[in-house]
Write a protein that binds this ligand. Structure first.
Ligand code: ATP
Ligand code: MN
Ligand code: MN
Length: 295
């Protein structure tokens, strides 16, 4: 008899108020639906959101209401969301961090529909543990060209001795992420990301842009290397997106990256089939695959 796939379900003591509240009205996705999705994703997602400073996109009335991109605590914040001092800004406003699934459930309870961590943990603030390349296609860019761009970045990372992992953004593009041993500092990591972007636009100026001011030019892919400065963020693997469709940023295996999969193919509603022990975690080796950035 076929074995039923087992799903590793995280549990929380956080009480949701109004679990039936709809956050994505066109998709019928509620607060409870979002927590249920994260409960399935948690074992895979945790290393990318726990103990990292977080920025949040909060939408108290769902995706059609007002939204706030928020890096600091608010009045009445849930105690499972910790306030932490930035060691470089000890007197400044506190930043936010979670430690466990209760923290993530508390974020959902607080209508944080998108979670954007720093590319480092609070154990080594000044030394990022990943480089994130964000491919931002302008209008009129074929999806096959975005895939080719991601593969180009993978090849450039490989030349630097770095492994790379790909995920959908849940929006319009792809993110290619290289795990790092946390040794190089922010300016060095950002310079490496910038060099990749400039290398691509120099080699294929018809396809790629690496200057932020021109990022919106139609027909080109902006290679957004700016996710890599101290305090910059990118959407977390598995985070939902506060956009119609309730897509999520989904880690992929490189072999999966074909024209069959689009940037918003995976959603809060359809992701469950990947989040069980029948479907290997495509980013399982992420931190084991880390190498130091060579200077
Ligand atoms: P897409 O594939 O549609 O580009 P994306 O997540 O890559 O999706 P971008 O616009 O390329 O979106 O990236 C914006 C990044 O800037 C986010 O990842 C976020 O972490 C960061 N950011 C900084 N300030 C804001 C803000 N006010 N609102 C939203 N994002 C912000
Ligand atoms: Mn992007
Ligand atoms: Mn971008």
């Amino acid at each position: 008899m076929a074995k039923t796939p087992t799903q590793d379900l995280a549990k929380t003591s956080v009480q949701l108020t109004h679990p039936e509240r709809i956050y994505w009205p066109d998709d019928g996705v509620s607060k409870q639906d979002l927590v249920d999705y994260y409960a399935l994703a948690w074992s895979r997602m945790a290393p990318f959101v726990v103990d990292r400073p977080l920025a949040l996109l909060r939408c108290p009335d769902g995706i059609k209401g007002p939204r706030f991109f928020q890096k600091h605590a608010w009045k009445g914040i849930n105690p499972h969301i910790e306030e932490i001092a930035d060691p470089e800004d000890k007197d400044g406003e506190k930043l936010l961090r979670i430690r466990d699934f209760d923290g993530l459930a508390a974020l959902v309870q607080s209508a944080a529909l998108e979670i954007h961590p720093w590319g480092t943990t609070t154990a080594h603030w000044e030394k990022p543990d990943m480089i994130i390349m964000d491919l931002d296609p302008g209008d009129d860019v074929a999806w096959s060209a975005v895939i080719a761009g991601a593969q180009d970045i993978k090849a450039r990372f490989a030349e630097m001795g770095l492994a790379s992992f790909v995920k959908t953004s849940g929006g319009k593009g792809l993110h290619v992420v290289a795990p790092l041993k946390p040794k190089a500092t922010w300016p060095n990591v950002k310079a490496a990301a910038e060099a990749i972007a400039h290398g691509m636009s120099a080699d294929s100026p018809e396809e790629y842009l690496s200057v932020a001011a021109k990022a919106k030019r139609a027909g080109h892919i902006f290679i957004d290397y700016l996710r890599n400065g101290r305090g910059n963020t990118a959407v977390a693997p598995y985070s939902a997106r506060a956009r119609p469709g309730a897509a999520v940023s989904m880690p992929l295996a490189w072999e999966e990256l074909t024209e069959k999969i689009g940037p918003a193919s995976f959603t809060v509603k359809n992701a469950a089939s990947r989040l069980n022990d029948r479907f290997a975690d495509p980013w399982a080796d992420f931190f084991e695959a880390a190498s130091p950035l060579k200077s």
